[in-house]
Design a protein around this ligand. Structure first.
Ligand SMILES: Nc1ncnc2c1ncn2[C@@H]1O[C@H](COP(=O)(O)OP(=O)(O)OP(=O)(O)O)[C@@H](O)[C@H]1O
Ligand code: SF4
Ligand SMILES: [Mg+2]
Length: 350
């Protein structure tokens, strides 16, 4: 990854040149005829204790990136450096599976759909306690104590542990999913669209819970969403993906107020603003999202970009730090003045 010129806080995760290509196979012999470039040269880092929001349209590779970090899918290439509890840096992408188990105690995932991600035939004790059982931690009564603690942390009563998930609402089920992710006391939580399936009225409660837990337990979050308005409030920095590529990474304030990539600016303008006075000039995204199995030459965004020039149609831009902590992958990033949105000071969650 391109080095920041500011004094760097402690990095927990540093991803460099990550790629995940899914083979496209055809015919009787299942011959490979191409590849879906789900993640195509992605670099970013996450500092200890911060939240990095990862956004982009459906299919741009957010979930695949998240799953690579946890080695739930095998990356095609790239480096995923993680600083483990003992201070040692390990490359998750190359760890032998025997060592992955230990690492999984430090990284956990929260899923999008709290209805399908919880086994309906298991009690809360078994669901939340399963990671403890899998890692042979404690005896039954110690596990019960830890499950009770995890439930309390997420605002659920420990007495609920004998019940089944169907007895709970969507928001409560997502709390169960968070309790399960926390029971091993990980340091990094990868949350893949954790509130997208919830009613708007409960989204803010879950987001606030995640913020409280972060402070209480010193958690670091990779928070995936397709909705910029969700990541705005929870993220210290935001990373924007387009067709498997990272196109912009900056602090939330800078990314919203002064986007430097035309795609970020277009996403911001298509995001409804609650206050019409802060609504920016709308830039409507023209055309279709590029096909990750057959991306265009040059910049993948060029067929939809109103600022594209000849170089954009032939040369792929590189992710470059154009000002401290602001990374952009656009040939014209330094010269373009793009519309952003104002971030009101009292713009809290809820
Ligand atoms: N197991 C798989 N096999 C083949 N292609 C896959 C697989 N998983 C994902 N893809 C493809 O990789 C691309 C990226 O998918 P991914 O699920 O990572 O996107 P996403 O940004 O999480 O999208 P969404 O917002 O819809 O969740 C898509 O084109 C998708 O169809
Ligand atoms: S590189 Fe060119 S096509 Fe791509 S976003 Fe920048 S201006 Fe648009
Ligand atoms: Mg996804």
């Amino acid at each position: 990854m391109v080095e920041s010129t500011q004094q760097a806080p402690k990095r927990l995760l540093d991803v460099t040149d990550l790629r995940k290509y899914f083979p496209i196979k055809k015919g009787f012999l299942r011959k490979q005829v191409g590849a879906i470039r789900a993640v195509d040269d992605v670099s970013f880092f996450i500092n200890e204790g911060e939240t990095l929001g990862l956004v982009g349209e459906s299919g741009c590779g957010k979930t695949t990136t998240s799953r690579c970090i946890l080695r739930a899918v095998e990356p095609t290439s790239g480096q995923i450096m993680f600083r483990s509890t003992i201070g040692e840096e390990v490359d998750v992408a190359k760890l032998p599976s025997s060592q992955l188990r230990l690492l999984r105690r430090e990284m956990q995932m929260i899923f999008q759909d709290p209805f399908s991600s919880l086994n309906p035939r298991m009690t809360l004790l078994d669901i939340v306690g399963e990671p403890l059982t899998n890692h042979n931690i404690g005896n039954r009564s110690e596990r019960e104590d830890r499950v009770a603690d995890a439930l309390k942390l997420v605002g659920l009563r420990p007495e609920f542990m004998r019940r089944f998930p169907h007895a709970f609402s969507g928001g409560q089920r997502q709390r169960i999913g968070i309790a399960r992710a926390l029971v091993l006391r990980p340091r990094l939580i990868v949350a893949d669209e954790p509130v997208s399936a919830l009613d708007v009225s409960v989204q803010a409660q879950v987001l606030n819970l995640m913020l409280d837990l972060q402070e209480e337990l010193d958690l670091t979050y990779l928070f995936v969403a397709h909705d910029l308005s969700v990541v705005k409030h929870i993220s210290d920095r935001v990373a924007v993906m387009y067709v498997g590529k990272m196109v912009e990474v900056a602090t939330s304030e800078e990314l919203f107020a002064q986007p430097k990539h035309p795609y970020t600016s277009a996403l911001l303008s298509s995001n409804p603003q609650p206050d019409p006075r802060t609504r920016s000039e709308r830039v409507v995204l023209q055309g279709e999202v590029a096909n990750p199995a057959d991306p265009p030459l040059g910049c993948y965004f060029n067929p939809r970009c109103s600022y594209a020039t000849d170089v954009c149609r032939s040369q792929p831009p590189q992710l470059t730090e154009i000002s401290p902590n602001h990374f952009v992958s656009c040939h014209r990033a330094e010269e373009l003045e793009l519309p952003g949105v104002a971030m009101a000071k009292a713009d809290g969650i809820g």
